[in-house]
Design a protein around this ligand. Structure first.
Ligand code: P70
Length: 457
């Protein structure tokens, strides 16, 4: 059959509260135009993030009941550790309450002033955790990864030439670790090819630099490799994921994405000495090494989720969802990052609202309009999230892309929900000439998108 269906039945539902355009206008004003500050109850379709928003399976809920809540050596920890070892091959497994806790521990140990940590593209918290250690976060994605229209199949790839150049310029001693984000979240959820992971590895090997995967969406990346890279079509996604991890020395993981749970993460690696130091930090900030800030039940749910996320029917449905939305947007001439990513559709805000310059946050203006029009909550990934003001000249330094991400919670929304989202996007696109630029009226010192306030120009 050609129709790819949601490969699950729904046995528990959560009602959606409907609101009117007028009501939403009021809610947005109360939130000073920051969509993070809107009560979820006042959102109809919540595509703010795919993080921690998955629906768990019956088997995961059963695992929740089985959770062993012993402080030390819980049965649930051993199940979790075994599953992470099976999929990643890494011997040292350290649970954390979410991805950024793993990042903070890793960069706390390896970062420091003068150090540079390259990646294809660091996501917001990763960059913030690197910069808070006084290190520099360098984004070295290939040129196609910054071209929303390019159909290159692996737009998340690292530019290995630029990586070599960076190593030559700053010296390998200043680069304690190199990251690869799979899939590349800031660049449109685009995958990294196995060939690119290997070539990155080879360059790093020559200089004795370890490679860590930011593995949040490793299963989606594995599925893209299966579909797009020659030689992988007949391999299982689990096998492909194992091969991806086998090229790395460790990983940070937000289990809130491809482990299909609502909270959790881990840091994993082979280096026993580094892991010993990481556990010492963990005990101070997160908890004892067999729970790391999580409940035993959370560890059970992660172990089960890691198994389920690699099911091919699930991944086929998952990737098809973004493709489906992409096809409808393409037919209507709405600009977005092509080909569609694994976990989201990213509208190209520069092309969508070319009359709004980056310093007036075109992505934020579109995100606000999507909310008012249809109660759809999305997330700006552009000048709000990654833009900076030059301290010397006061001019706006724009990131390479101005995007609005509509991220898809896993196993939560059906095809008709997405048909509704498409209708809302098309309506906002039709009225795009009336979108107005915005300005920031309050901004915190770091990660400003979460708590900033805005007004219209
Ligand atoms: C997202 C969330 C989290 C993330 C990630 C990558 C590649 C590490 C982390 C941190 C964050 C977010 C953004 C906008 C709105 C809501 C939430 N990404 N690496 O949605 O993991 O959140 O568990 O600390 O994407 O992409 P964690």
């Amino acid at each position: 059959m050609k129709t790819i269906i949601e490969p699950f039945r729904i046995k528990m539902v959560e009602p959606i509260r409907m609101t009117t355009v007028e009501e939403r206008r009021g809610f947005l004003e109360e939130a000073e135009h920051n969509l993070f500050l809107i009560a979820a109850e006042n959102v109809i379709i919540d595509l703010l993030t795919d993080s921690g928003t998955a629906a768990m399976s019956d088997a995961q809920w059963a695992g929740i009941m089985r959770g062993d809540e012993s402080y030390a050596g819980a049965r649930s920890f051993y199940r979790f550790q075994e599953k992470v070892q099976e999929i990643t091959g890494f011997t040292q497994v350290i649970p954390t309450h979410q991805g950024r806790a793993a990042e903070r521990i890793l960069f706390g140990l390896l970062g420091g002033p003068g150090r540079v940590i390259p990646s294809n593209t660091h996501f917001d918290t990763t960059r913030a955790n690197i910069e808070s250690q006084g290190s520099e976060a360098a984004d070295l994605v290939i040129a196609a990864g910054l071209d929303p229209g390019s159909l290159y199949p692996f737009k998340g790839n690292m530019d290995v030439g630029r990586l070599e150049e960076l190593i030559r310029r700053v010296g390998p001693g200043q680069i304690p670790v190199c990251m690869l984000t799979v899939t590349n979240n800031s660049g449109g959820g685009q995958p990294v090819s196995m060939d690119n992971i290997r070539r990155t590895r080879e360059v790093l090997n020559r200089h004795g630099i370890p490679l860590f995967l930011d593995a949040c969406r490793f299963a989606e990346n594995a599925y893209f490799i299966k579909r797009r890279e020659s030689g992988y079509g007949e391999r299982s996604c689990k096998d492909i994921a194992r091969e991806m991890f086998s090229c790395a020395d460790g990983c940070t993981m937000s289990a809130k994405k491809d482990a299909l749970v609502n909270i959790g993460g881990f840091l994993a690696m082979n280096d026993e000495e580094l892991a010993r130091r990481a556990r010492n930090v963990l005990i101070v900030t997160e908890g004892f090494p067999t729970y790391g800030g999580l409940a035993g039940r959370d560890l059970e749910a992660i172990a089960q989720g890691l198994e389920e996320v690699l099911h091919e029917d699930y991944l086929a449905y998952r990737i098809r969802t973004a493709e489906y939305v992409g096809e409808k947007l393409e037919a209507a001439g709405v600009p977005f990052v092509k080909p569609p990513g694994g976990h989201a559709i990213y509208l190209d805000a520069r092309a969508f609202a070319p009359h709004i310059p980056p310093r007036e946050f075109p992505g934020q203006a579109i995100a606000c309009a999507l909310y008012v029009e249809g109660g759809v909550r999305s997330c700006e990934i552009g000048s709000v999230m990654f833009g900076r003001t030059d301290p010397q000249t006061g001019t706006h330094l724009a990131p390479p892309l101005e995007l609005v991400r509509l991220a898809f919670p896993r196993r939560v929304y059906t095809q008709s929900h997405f048909d509704y989202v498409i209708e809302v996007i098309l309506k906002v696109h039709a009225g795009r000439s009336s979108l107005r630029g915005m300005r920031i009226t309050y901004e915190p010192p770091a990660l400003r998108h979460f708590t900033a306030r805005y007004g219209y120009r």
